[in-house]
Design a protein around this ligand. Structure first.
Ligand SMILES: Nc1ncnc2c1ncn2[C@@H]1O[C@H](COP(=O)(O)OP(=O)(O)OP(=O)(O)O)[C@@H](O)[C@H]1O
Ligand SMILES: [Mg+2]
Length: 260
């Protein structure tokens, strides 16, 4: 079974897509074959990585094309299913279907064996596709920026995992909280970090080491490159590499515990 993870926070602009792309690359750099799914109609993954997809998530979900036909390659070990405006249309069509929450699980699972890791980047709101992604991956990573609305968005995402677990009597687990865009010189950083420590302890969710604020992230985006290609020595990449290592360790520990 591949490692499967939804990157979610109901607040916009909290580095969900940045995290999804950076982690996809960190995983690929450890030799893993990665599928990165953009389930957000903004289509940011293609924009950030400078991809020119011919087919999109819509064609996979609604056109019922094979996954291999809908993939855009971003790296020798990273396949991307890109989004565009049609993702909203796909969501509206699927909304009317029975068992709609299971659509990703049903359509992506047959391809699980082709990948070591599957990451899904979702829109910053409670959408059907966020639910579909969570029901498929069963694990959610929540990036949290150092401001109150981002913290609120994180608690909303944790609530979403708890609601799904209750409704479907199946575990949707919040794998970890990831502090992002952390600048220790800003007063709010200390406040939000403290709030996150309390939330993590209360909910028993691991808190990953922080991703520092780093101007290289925006520059890499502008150049439409992975951080690892734009500046392999950047602070943000160093932090994402460590966060990815810890995500892998958490998943290995959880899988080992489930086996016992
Ligand atoms: N570590 C970082 N340091 C500095 N800037 C960052 C960092 N991480 C992300 N950013 C910047 O934050 C902005 C938002 O990032 P991103 O698009 O990844 O957020 P998002 O949560 O996916 O947004 P949306 O909710 O719109 O999908 C971008 O301009 C990005 O360059
Ligand atoms: Mg995004």
């Amino acid at each position: 079974m591949p490692l499967k993870l939804t990157i979610a926070n109901q607040r916009g602009g909290v580095a969900k897509t940045t995290t999804a792309c950076a982690m996809a690359r960190c995983l690929a750099d450890t030799g893993k074959k990665v599928l990165l799914v953009d389930a957000d109609a903004q289509g940011s993954v293609a924009a950030i990585l400078g991809l020119r997809p011919e087919l999109h998530l819509y064609d996979f979900l609604i056109g019922k094309l094979r996954l291999s036909e809908c993939i855009t390659r971003a790296h020798e070990r990273i396949d991307v299913i890109c989004s565009n405006r049609q993702t909203t249309e796909a969501e509206a069509i699927i909304q009317a279907q029975t068992l709609r929450e299971m659509v990703f699980a049903n359509l992506f699972s047959p391809y699980d064996h082709l990948y070591d890791a599957i990451l899904i980047d979702v829109a910053p709101s409670i959408t059907l596709f966020q639910t579909c992604a969570m029901m498929y991956t069963r694990r959610v990573l929540i990036p949290v920026g150092m401001e109150p609305l981002s913290f609120q968005g994180a608690t909303a995402s944790i609530n979403a995992t708890e609601t799904l677990t209750r409704l479907f009597r199946t575990g949707v687990q919040c794998l970890a909280l990831l502090p992002v865009m952390v600048n220790r010189r800003l007063a709010l950083t200390e406040t939000i970090t403290g709030m996150l420590e309390i939330l993590a302890a209360e909910k028993n969710i691991p808190l990953l080491p922080a991703i520092r604020t780093d101007a290289t992230v925006a520059k890499a985006m502008k150049s439409k490159k992975f951080l690892a290609d734009y500046d392999p020595k950047s602070k943000a990449l160093e932090d994402y590499t460590e966060a990815t290592r810890q995500v892998l360790a958490l998943i290995e520990a959880a899988d080992a515990a489930a086996f016992q």
